[in-house]
Design a protein around this ligand. Structure first.
Ligand SMILES: [Zn+2]
Ligand SMILES: [Zn+2]
Length: 123
């Protein structure tokens, strides 16, 4: 009884994406889903509005917490450009605390209104 239908390919498909950046399955930042407003993307990082905070955030394309100085400098520059454009220069602060995803480098640009929103001060 030969029922082979020849529809099966050899199991050589690799599930690991080959690319410059290290990616981790299930990491929101690695997924980089375009759910919010997207400002900039390049080979080092991307900048989009943070879903939770509604402020621009820069995300490294590598899953890790320790970007080389060149990458770090680049990311902060890109974020500053976006934040200056959106909020105006000197009206926002850099927040590098990684609360939501502690093992993947990202940084927020928070305007002053964000801090008061967070305190629950509604005026
Ligand atoms: Zn990640
Ligand atoms: Zn956020």
């Amino acid at each position: 009884m030969d029922t082979s239908d020849g529809d099966e390919r050899p199991g050589t498909r690799s599930a690991v994406p080959s690319g410059p950046g290290r990616r981790v399955e299930g990491c929101d930042l690695c997924e980089a889903s375009h759910l919010t407003r997207w400002y900039v993307e390049d080979e080092v990082c991307w900048v989009a509005d943070c879903e939770a905070c509604d402020v621009p955030m820069v995300v490294w394309r590598n899953h890790g917490t320790d970007p080389p100085e060149a990458d770090l400098g680049h990311m902060l520059t890109v974020l500053a450009t976006v934040a200056d454009e959106r909020f105006g220069s000197d009206t926002w602060t850099l927040d590098q605390v990684m609360r939501q995803v502690p093992d993947h480098f990202h940084a927020h640009a928070r305007d002053r209104a964000w801090w008061s929103r967070r305190m629950g001060a509604r005026r």
